[in-house]
Design a protein around this ligand. Sequence first.
Ligand code: PEP
Ligand code: MG
Length: 592
Amino acid sequence: MADDQKKTFVMKGIGVSPGIVIGRAYLFDRQDAQVPFYNLSDPGLVSAEIQRFRKALRESEKQLLELKNKLGDLGGGMEPLYIIDVHIMIMRDRKFIDRTLKNIREMSVNAEWAVRMTVDKYREIFDRMEDDYLRGRISDIQYAGQRILTNLAGKKRTAIDMGEGVVIIASDLSPADTAQLKIDKVLGFATDVGGKTSHTAIVARSITIPAVLGLESITRAVRTNDDIIIDGSAGVVIVHPDPEIRKRYEVKKRLYEKAQDDLLDYARLPAVTKDHYVVEIGGNIEFIEEIPSAVLHGADGIGLYRTEFIYINREQLPDEEDHLAHYRSVVGVKGLSWATIRTFDLGGDKFFPDKKPSRELNPQLGLRAIRFCLKEVALFKVQLRAILRASVLGKLRIMFPMISGIEEIREAKRIFTEVKNELLAKGTELGNDIEIGIMIEVPSAVIVAEELAKEVDFFSIGTNDLIQYVLAIDRINERVTYLYEPLHPAVLRLIKQVVDIGHKAGIRVAMCGEMAGEPAYTMILLGLELDELSMNPLAIPRVKKIIRGATLKESKALLNKVITLSSASEIRSFVGAEMRKRFPEDFPVNGQ
Ligand code: PEP
Ligand code: MG
């Protein structure tokens, strides 16, 4: 982590408009009019104050009508326009006007104060309403009041310069605020308040940009120009994303943009080839909020839960109950048959609140993942206890990352058994068929896979790291991205070796690196006879489509040819041609 990299933190709210944006924050200040108070000492001033109020009402209405026209010209649906109509109606409402006039006359207060009193009175009434939706509508009256106050203060609302485009951070936004923002430069919204039916949600959906609302304190946590990611599908906001997280979200964003609704039909179908070879499909998740997406897109289970994300932005390390709360949401979920929980893969000083391992020059080769767990056993045990306790809820698979040799898996299993026996001694109820597996992502693990297979129930190939270590390519270094090549013969041969050894030993072999979700590679992976492919949920429908359109027989023939080729470019052009021939719709000649 570079010195100037600010600490990554995550905020969770309500995802109200799907999609992912990676960008720069802009803290929107509604230029709240200060509300001055003064007594009208001379009764003659009352009529002047009433005139001021009426003028502000007229100006407010005129501005709203202008905004309505402007929004109408931009397109994007009628709902924001209706909301502006509501605000105009409030400004024309007799009761609203009369109450304010009465305040001016009877209490001899200035117009601003009189408006404020009217709005406060309405708030009192709305607060007593049982219905959530109706109670929330006080915001309409507040917006209307705010606009009148701004006009009373004589402030002009000026358009804001937002450069190439920004993510708007605000307490709340009205459609009128939105119009002030130059809508074509708004890439996403994140707000303190609001929910699915609030104005910001409606606007965001109508102009199809991601939005997460109800974050409670985002305006306090984020400053203009901060790097920010909005995942409107999961309801997650990541501030100051570190390079690795950023990279992950670039992939998710790409997948989101490529995902097509018409492919969702495939989500519901099993991943079975035309000659009846069945592949289990897993979903990879970082946050429990992504589970609905895994179900929707057709995962059979969770193939990789990256639990290190539980550690982000905490004042203190998560305790057993924190872990358990997360695992309860993952294990035994309706619509998913199993969950694979990977023990935390933390490296360097990433995500740690109070434990600061010394800075490492090369954290990818440093004290990360299982190495860290075996050094910080107490911390590891907290997580293992929670995982074991969650096992009673459904089918659970536990997976250890970065295993490089036999001692590590034996030691991890020893600690696991110790924790298990401690829990059993206390009478804790546990699931009785927890599977234990390891990620195969360090080249040495491939070389000693035969021995490792005797220790576990399954392998899951982590191609993201395996490629990094086999080809000596830093997976987040832009300068060597061009060398990061899943189709390198060395990579394919190693993967084949892992599958063959695993199967010979009678254990399941999965793949959970990004490679598993790339449809161009699906036939190669079928040919390898992987038992499970686990991927970003958004990638599932497309991969299922390819699986269902292929046969195991032809996939094996394709693989047999691929494995004889000596360079990645030969493999790429051969596989590309084969896929275009078989799936012209999915791999158009000039397409990606
Ligand atoms: C991998 O290395 O392929 C993997 C799935 O794990 P991660 O991307 O979390 O390192
Ligand atoms: Mg990995």
